[in-house]
Design a protein around this ligand. Structure first.
Ligand SMILES: NC(=O)c1ccc[n+]([C@@H]2O[C@H](COP(=O)([O-])OP(=O)(O)OC[C@H]3O[C@@H](n4cnc5c(N)ncnc54)[C@H](OP(=O)(O)O)[C@@H]3O)[C@@H](O)[C@H]2O)c1
Length: 289
């Protein structure tokens, strides 16, 4: 499996997004564990999660606990696997998502995530989403404290604009290792952030890289150019989408979600696909719906 860099760690070029295994529509625990094991067996060494990946009130950290459980029952080398979690988003249990970027809250949330994930420190902790009621530097300052205290090994941010990326890099004293923003064939508005990460040498993790849980299955029917290239190579349009993202810059590490082993087994093989310059140009130029 092709490797990419996040801070001090090497990870598989394709990661696994854990959200579909814990929110509305999630599968049973057995299928989730089989999905995570399938990813690990295929060479995935980056798993993305968040304390907010749960469905009901009272089950904060559902996805973190699931990943910890799947890792403990896996026979491979767990030390190779980077689990990236996030804090600052909450789900009250009515289907909505709220934010809390207060530093005291984030520090407590990170410690609770560490307890669920186990180990000495969280490999990568990402501030999930800016809180309009809290100055950004104060929220990111909590990550600096968590790094200094050894609660987290690396710090990242999510849903950030270019100014926030620069501000976070400054608050963290140059220790920002990753930015996780929405990016897919259907959503390309984060291209400035992707390009800035490439310039700064920071990993860029596209979230919903296939267009999101409800749309990922129809990627081919929504995006002609991706369907045509997929047909020419006799593989899925989802794989083409991930290969296109990988080709945009060496700092890109997509984290496709999955709730079935077959989905992630297909997605990881995107790293084998080398698209021609002409194909890349067609995919990048495709008119959006
Ligand atoms: N930072 C943030 O604010 C934020 C927001 C959203 C998501 N995320 C992260 O990003 C991850 C990915 O985003 P996402 O899960 O929303 O959307 P996504 O990755 O665009 O789509 C996920 C869906 O794609 C399907 N899929 C995956 N590989 C496939 C393949 N090769 N062929 C056909 N279908 C395939 C899966 O279906 P099955 O379920 O049938 O396997 C899954 O439900 C999340 O899991 C989460 O970790 C972060």
């Amino acid at each position: 499996m092709q490797q990419r860099i996040i801070g001090s760690r090497k990870v598989s070029a394709i990661g696994l997004g854990g959200m579909p295994m814990s929110i509305e529509g999630r599968p049973d625990q057995d299928r989730s564990v089989r999905t995570i094991h399938a990813a690990l067996d295929a060479g995935v060494t980056l798993i993305d999660t968040a304390d907010a990946y749960h469905r009901d009130a009272g089950e904060v950290g559902h996805n973190e606990s699931l990943i910890a459980q799947a890792l403990s029952s896996w026979s491979g080398d767990r030390s190779e696997v980077l689990v990236a979690t996030k804090g600052g988003h909450l789900r009250p249990g009515d289907g909505s998502w709220t934010v809390n970027g207060r530093p005291e809250y984030l520090k407590e949330a990170a410690k609770a995530s560490l307890q669920r994930l186990g180990g000495d420190a969280i490999g990568l902790y990402q501030f999930h989403r800016p809180d309009p009621d809290v100055p950004y530097a104060e929220s990111v300052g909590a990550l600096a404290d968590l790094l200094d205290e050894g609660v987290i090994e690396m710090a990242g941010i999510s849903n950030a604009n270019p100014d926030q990326i620069r501000e976070a890099q400054q608050v963290l004293g140059g220790r920002l290792v990753s930015v996780q923003n929405q990016f897919s064939p259907a959503f390309r508005n984060s291209r400035p952030e992707l390009d800035l990460c490439a310039e700064l040498g920071i990993a860029f993790l596209p979230w919903s890289p296939l267009g999101g849980i409800s749309k990922a299955g129809d990627l081919g029917s929504r995006h002609d150019a991706f369907a045509q290239v997929a047909q020419a190579h006799d593989l899925s349009p989802q794989r083409v989408a991930l290969a296109w993202e990988l080709a945009l810059a060496p700092i890109v590490v997509p984290i496709p979600g999955a709730s079935r082993p077959e989905s992630i087994q297909d997605s990881v093989r995107a790293e084998e696909l080398e698209l021609t310059a002409d194909e890349l140009e067609r995919l990048s130029a495709e008119a959006l719906d």
